[in-house]
Design a binder for this molecule. Structure first.
Ligand code: C2E
Ligand code: MG
Ligand code: MG
Ligand code: MG
Length: 291
């Protein structure tokens, strides 16, 4: 009986592995078609100056809208896009969508910024900077209004990362390290790279004041960012107590469901205008000065 149970379990496991890899293969094929058909839409999550409540910008978050209307979230398809090389086309389409969606709003209001997520390969090649320049040409949007962010993986090859960040900053963009604390951050490269901002991962925000183990790390991340003179953006703020904690600890910016979920472009514009009425206009250009 034990033996046949073992065989059954093994068969189920093999079945699962086959099913998962088939699903990945078919997703990859579907994704290639989706790129050709430009089935991507971008949602915008407001970024708030925590002390004042002013909305200073938005993070652009891609979604894949299938022809039947079903929305796929990036955690499902971005890893597959990265493996298959499709990510470059997706990055280009996101940039194009951002300009289409928010170009008017950005041109009308210099205090508004939009942050675009880049993949490791985008940082590595730097080609994306030309794509952005072309997208900005002929519009009234400034490079200063476009922030770039990538996770630690994007900065691991310090030589190419430095070159891309230097060029991005020369053009006027600000560059942030995303999901900080979840990868293999070497403090050395953090010190060596001319970054503007650090985004604290939501796993270090959700627990502040609750879970002693992870929340004891949060103040150290904040201190370190301050020591390196980086602007700080906290992700995944869901409750007032988290926002309060972050303000008390000198974190300037934040985003999360407490303020707003990611919104379709028109809804973001409405949110932004309502917020501006209530809290006033934002500071002109937010940037870290690097000597
Ligand atoms: P991320 O850049 O760290 O983006 C933040 C994620 O946290 C988003 O998930 C957002 O919807 C979610 N989030 C925001 N507020 C809260 C909150 O209060 N609580 C919780 N639990 N979650 C919150 P999303 O949109 O599913 O994106 C997942 C990841 O996919 C992003 O993480 C980013 O790494 C990647 N991604 C999204 N758009 C793009 C893109 O255009 N290009 C690339 N290369 N990657 C992207
Ligand atoms: Mg991000
Ligand atoms: Mg993040
Ligand atoms: Mg993430």
């Amino acid at each position: 009986l034990l033996l046949s149970l073992g065989v059954l379990i093994a068969a189920l496991m093999i079945g699962l592995v086959v099913w998962v890899s088939r699903r990945r293969l078919s997703l990859r094929g579907e994704l290639a078609i989706a790129v050709g058909r430009r089935e991507f839409v971008v949602h915008y999550q407001p970024i708030i100056e925590l002390k004042s409540g002013i909305c200073v910008g938005a993070e652009a978050l891609v979604r894949w809208r299938r022809p039947d209307g079903q929305m796929e979230q990036p955690d499902i398809f971005i890893p597959i896009a990265e493996e298959s090389g499709l990510i470059k086309d997706i990055t280009d389409q996101v940039i194009e969508n951002v300009m289409k969606d928010l170009g008017g709003l950005l041109a009308a209001d210099r205090s508004l910024h939009v942050a675009i997520n880049l993949a490791a390969v985008d940082i590595h090649s730097g080609r994306v900077l030309q794509v952005i320049q072309r997208a900005l040409a002929g519009t009234n949007v400034l490079a200063q209004q476009i922030w770039l962010e990538a996770t630690e993986r994007g900065f691991m090859d310090v030589t190419s990362a430095s070159a891309t960040i230097d060029e991005a900053r020369r053009l006027g963009h600000s560059v942030a390290i995303d999901d900080f604390g979840t990868g293999y951050s070497s403090l050395q490269y953090l010190k060596d790279l001319p970054l503007d901002a650090l985004k604290i991962d939501k796993s270090f925000v959700g627990t502040v004041g609750l879970d002693a183990a992870t929340s004891s790390i949060t103040p150290h991340i904040i201190d370190m960012a301050k020591t390196l003179d980086l602007l700080i953006v906290a992700e995944g703020i869901e409750q007032q107590r988290q926002a309060d904690y972050l303000v008390e600890h000198g974190v300037q910016y934040g985003q999360g469901w407490f303020f707003s979920k990611p919104l379709a472009a028109a809804d973001f514009a409405a949110f932004y205008h309502a917020r501006q009425k209530e809290f006033g206009p934002g500071p002109a250009i937010i940037r870290r000065e690097i000597a």
